[in-house]
Write a protein that binds this ligand. Structure first.
Ligand SMILES: NC(=O)c1ccc[n+]([C@@H]2O[C@H](COP(=O)([O-])OP(=O)(O)OC[C@H]3O[C@@H](n4cnc5c(N)ncnc54)[C@H](O)[C@@H]3O)[C@@H](O)[C@H]2O)c1
Length: 437
């Protein structure tokens, strides 16, 4: 990839479309509105609160990221979305029960105006959902055409300059890439033939790319992670990325595991279990959807610990992930980790992590950052997979010949160096030999 010659300024309004206006989607929308009104701080958002060091440590140049790269302003964001339930964003947020009534009341008028467009949905792919706000069409291709029309209408009606799409809808059943995903012609043929390997999320991704709209996948679904759509995105000069927002338990895993490896501490096992009671938890009760999530959650340790390089330390890890739907907890998940490590002479030790987290509170700032960075990437002329945004994903997409980078701190360094590279600043290697000449 060549360094961008210039980055187009973020003039005009940016539409942020979310397939899925559930807990995450509405917490994101409500939160941005409260931040815009100065009712709250954008805690958890790197684009809004993060800084970036430029030049030498002695230079004292540490601007905020949003002052260093030309990001869209929060005031210029316009929200829209699709859902299989007809509730407006206020009703959906009230039902999701993430934000308390006091906060929701402040954003009530604003949220009431965001009404979901009819979804491209098929219950075969999300067994535990029964919605009515659903498009009709003879073929999957027809549905994709309707989504494209929605995008165009939304852009025109709101007088938008640009759009981005962030998938905030439910986790679909586990699918593997197959022949119909190999190129665009096969993919379009399969859409027209209602082939079962074409999931609804793929229709949104196809529609977005066709309309020149960047697409980020917040769920672990296969979606845009197939050669047909990856090549299509390159051809249409559209940035894409995924998969699965890195929020609670996996965030902690990608913080702790690099620490064990850095100290050459061994690992015998990692048992992770969760209780959660939101709709996401209910959807994940279905073994098909759980399998998709499980694959996404299991990958991180394997890639971070590199058992092929360190067979004595990481060759025999028992890694288990469980998710239990437990309604009393709502969105306030509890994630337990029992970690069996070993040290000098093989002596065993244990670490217990009990993370009482709030899923959507952790996910909302990720949606914001992804929307802003994907828009930036497009204005910088970057296309296809945006591996530099792996920081935000549990199961990051990357070029075929690479393995994904999961270590949160390497991901952050890569993200910041990409911003420096984009803006023609020197990269930071942390060598620092020049300070000791
Ligand atoms: N909250 C987190 O920490 C977190 C982390 C990683 C990934 N995710 C993923 O983000 C997604 C959203 O999570 P959530 O907690 O908001 O779930 P949610 O169930 O509250 O919201 C998802 C919404 O998507 C809608 N939907 C399903 N299929 C659709 C389709 N084809 N088109 C349009 N709408 C559709 C559902 O009706 C629902 O309202 C899930 O896939 C979840 O696994 C969440």
């Amino acid at each position: 990839m060549r360094r961008p010659v210039s980055v187009a300024p973020p003039k005009g309004k940016l539409g942020v479309l979310t397939p899925g206006m559930g807990a995450v989607g509405t917490t994101f929308m409500a939160g941005v509105e409260l931040v815009r009104r100065k009712e709250s701080l954008p805690v958890g958002s790197l684009t809004q609160m993060g800084t970036i060091r430029l030049g030498k440590r002695t230079d004292n140049r540490v601007p905020k990221i949003k002052e260093f790269v030309p990001l869209a302003k929060l005031d210029d964001l316009v929200f829209g979305g699709w859902d299989v339930f007809p509730d407006d964003a206020y009703e959906a947020a009230s039902k999701a029960g993430v934000l308390d009534a006091k906060d929701l009341a402040k954003a009530q008028k604003f949220l009431k105006n965001i009404k979901p467009m009819k979804a491209a949905f098929d219950q075969t792919y999300v067994k535990n959902l029964h919605g009515t706000n659903v498009k009709k069409g003879k073929t999957k291709f027809d549905l994709a055409e309707q989504l494209r029309q929605d995008i165009r209408d939304f852009k025109k009606k709101n007088k938008l300059d640009r759009l981005v799409m962030v998938w905030c809808a439910s986790t679909e059943v586990f699918l593997k890439a197959e022949d119909v995903h190999k190129d665009l012609a096969s993919f379009e043929k399969a859409m027209k033939a209602n082939h079962p390997a074409i999931a609804p999320s793929m229709l949104y991704a196809y529609a977005a790319i066709s309309e020149g709209v960047p697409f980020a996948n917040g769920a672990p679904n296969l979606t845009v992670d197939i050669p047909a759509l990856e090549n299509y995105a390159k051809e249409k000069r559209v940035p894409i990325g995924g998969k699965d927002f890195k929020t609670g338990q996996t965030l902690m895993k990608t913080v702790l595991a690099p620490g064990f490896k850095a100290r050459m501490l061994g690992l015998n096992g990692w048992f992770s279990t969760n209780i959660l009671g939101n709709r996401d938890g209910e959807v994940l009760e279905d073994p098909g959807s759980f399998k998709t999530k499980e694959e996404s959650k299991l990958g991180a340790l394997e890639y971070i610990l590199q058992p092929n390089l360190y067979p004595e330390l990481y060759g025999k890890i028992h890694h288990k992930v469980r998710i239990n739907y437990y309604p009393p907890r709502g969105d306030n998940k509890e994630g337990w980790d029992n970690i069996d490590i070993f040290g000098w002479l093989g002596y065993p030790m244990q670490i217990k992590v009990d993370f009482l987290c709030r899923d959507s509170i952790l996910a909302a700032p990720i949606v914001l950052d992804l929307a802003l960075f994907f828009d930036l990437a497009q204005r910088a002329g970057m296309r296809g997979i945006q591996e530099w945004l792996s920081f935000y994903f549990k199961s990051p997409m990357c070029a075929k010949e690479l393995y994904p980078e999961h270590d949160l701190f390497i991901q952050l360094m890569k993200l910041k160096n990409t911003l420096r590279w984009m803006m023609g600043e020197e990269l930071i290697t942390h060598l620092g030999a020049e300070y000791y000449d």
